[in-house]
Design a protein around this ligand. Structure first.
Ligand code: ADP
Ligand code: ADP
Length: 229
């Protein structure tokens, strides 16, 4: 059973057909990169997987649970699926450590000592344990995005979704975020990444999905994808 399965998924924003019959499977441990032109539905696709958007037709299953309008499914899927956005979405008036402790872990009522231990563990994993007591505004963009990644990892998700995680960064900070993502991939994390970083796709992806006009046009390993004329 694939961890994520989309079957003929359709999504409209009013009249606009943003997802036009998307069928896609992601296996446990698979690293998927989604690419395609702006407006092709990449962001909508992963936001539907995380229930930030609802689809209107077709089926989405995450870890065997069908996503529908029942709120208990939303809770279940958010537990399994971590998400990192282009914008870091950190609370500016909280320290880095507080951002982690008072984020999803607080929502799930994880006790403070356990939450702090997890937060420090994952700040070390993204190589910024020394920034724990600073405020987001004192960090570089790359460091802030690594805080956002650590905040997601604290929930120990089975899948990580990345929506253009390096697009808002200065060029010199892109690699420090891609390095952390590459490390996660090498540890076996299941990942779906929307990114324009084709070097990352070539090196890290098992599967590249090319979208256009709300449809999946091609699904192929990067070796096949990048050598074609
Ligand atoms: P991509 O991530 O490939 O750039 P998106 O999924 O963000 O594409 O958007 C696909 C299309 O849907 C775009 O034309 C966008 O303007 C439109 N769209 C996205 N979100 C909304 C929304 N909330 N309301 C109306 N249209 C939207
Ligand atoms: P990205 O390209 O990074 O996915 P967008 O600029 O397409 O970002 O979308 C940013 C936010 O605005 C998203 O929440 C999206 O759903 C919403 N959005 C995008 N296009 C429209 C639109 N035409 N009308 C209303 N909301 C939109």
């Amino acid at each position: 059973e694939p961890i994520i399965r989309l079957t003929n998924v359709h999504k409209w924003y009013g009249e606009y057909h943003a997802l036009d019959g998307v069928t896609l499977q992601v296996k446990r441990g698979e690293r998927v990169v989604i690419c395609g032109p702006s407006g092709s539905g990449k962001s909508t696709l992963i936001r539907c997987i995380n229930r930030l958007e609802d689809h209107q037709r077709g089926h989405i299953h995450v870890n065997g649970i069908e996503l529908n309008n029942e709120s208990k499914n939303v809770v279940a899927v958010r537990r399994e699926v971590g998400m990192v956005f282009q914008q870091f979405n950190l609370f500016p008036h909280l320290t880095v450590l507080e951002n982690l402790v008072l984020g999803p872990m607080w929502v799930r009522k994880i006790r403070r000592p356990e939450a702090e231990a997890r937060a420090m563990h994952f700040l070390s994993r993204v190589r910024i344990p020394d920034q724990a007591h600073k405020y987001p505004g004192q960090l570089s963009g790359g460091q802030q995005q690594r805080v956002a990644i650590a905040r997601s990892l604290c929930m120990q998700p089975q899948v990580m979704l990345f929506d253009e995680p390096t697009s808002a960064l200065d060029p010199e900070m892109i690699n420090e975020v891609l390095d952390v993502m590459t490390e996660l991939a090498s540890e076996g994390m299941t990942m779906i990444c929307v990114t324009h970083e084709m070097g990352f796709a070539r090196k890290v992806a098992d599967t590249v999905v090319f979208m256009d006009k709300g449809q999946v046009i091609e699904v192929a390993p990067p070796s096949e994808f990048f050598t074609r004329p």
